[in-house]
Ligand binder design. Structure first.
Ligand code: PGA
Length: 252
């Protein structure tokens, strides 16, 4: 059975005050949900330990980026092992902001995925096309290639630690969301790519991200191949984030 995940990527936002006010509220409200959703908070790395402490094991915690290396003279970097040691369960890898603003390549993403999995983290691999690529009719080709290259180092027994987040770049932080039908079509295509690679595709959770809000989450999460969401802006409000967690359909 696939995990139903709603992960909040705070990006470079928030403060100790937000950690202190939001985590406890999300924790108590998510605990009362009976839809089996796994809530994940992914704060800036400096706040990970505080979020872990306040989450009390009831909300999972993630890191937004990890290094390509395990340790050494890489000033400013944080390794997957350190994130795991600090209580993280998840690592985002290859977010489009990392790809676009920091030049991260599919090859680096593949290495980071390998590091995350070897350290015992679940890797949330982010993929997505730009507006230009979509308008040129190349969205599926681009996303499929990103998926294939990003999982190059995944071992046969590590697929259960892999999550893929489809985030069309044109939908991130813009208020524009893919229609539930378009998102579903891409998720089905991603699942087909994973299956062709020999992965247990039916067991891998696929998340949609890009301007998911309380009022559009239910339609997206109702799609058969959309197993949850990766939430940016709306995850900075406890009420909005919990509403999105609540939009995950219950299991029948
Ligand atoms: P958004 O961000 O929800 O603010 O569009 C999503 C993301 O970048 O993960």
């Amino acid at each position: 059975m696939r995990r139903r995940i709603v992960a909040g990527n705070w990006k470079m936002n928030g403060s100790k005050d937000l950690v202190n006010s939001l985590v406890g509220q999300v924790r108590s409200e998510v605990a009362s949900l009976d839809n089996g959703v796994e809530a994940v908070i992914i704060p800036p790395a400096l706040f990970v330990s505080d979020v872990v402490r306040l989450a009390g094991g009831e909300i999972a915690v993630g890191i937004q980026n990890i290094a390509c290396w395990d340790s050494g003279a890489y000033t400013g970097e944080v390794s997957a092992g350190m994130a795991r040691d600090s209580g993280c369960d998840y690592a985002l890898v290859g977010h489009s902001e990392r790809r676009q603003l920091f030049g991260e390549t599919d090859q680096q993403v593949a290495v980071k995925v390998g590091r995350a999995l070897a350290s015992g983290l679940n890797a949330v691999i982010c993929v997505g096309e730009t507006l230009e690529e979509r308008e040129a009719g190349r969205a599926e080709e681009v996303v499929s290639a990103q998926v294939r290259r990003s999982v190059a180092e995944v071992g046969g027994d590590q697929w259960h630690q892999v999550v893929v987040a489809y985030e069309p770049v044109w939908a991130i932080g813009t208020g524009k969301t893919a229609t539930a039908e378009d998102a579903q079509a891409m998720h089905a295509a991603i699942r087909a790519v994973l299956s062709a690679l020999g992965a247990p595709a039916d067991e891998i959770s696929l998340l949609y991200g890009g301007s998911v809000k309380a009022d559009n989450a239910a339609a997206l999460f109702a799609q058969p191949d959309i197993d949850g969401g990766l939430i940016g802006g709306a995850s900075l409000s406890a009420a909005d984030f919990v509403s999105i967690c609540r939009a995950v359909p219950g299991r029948s």
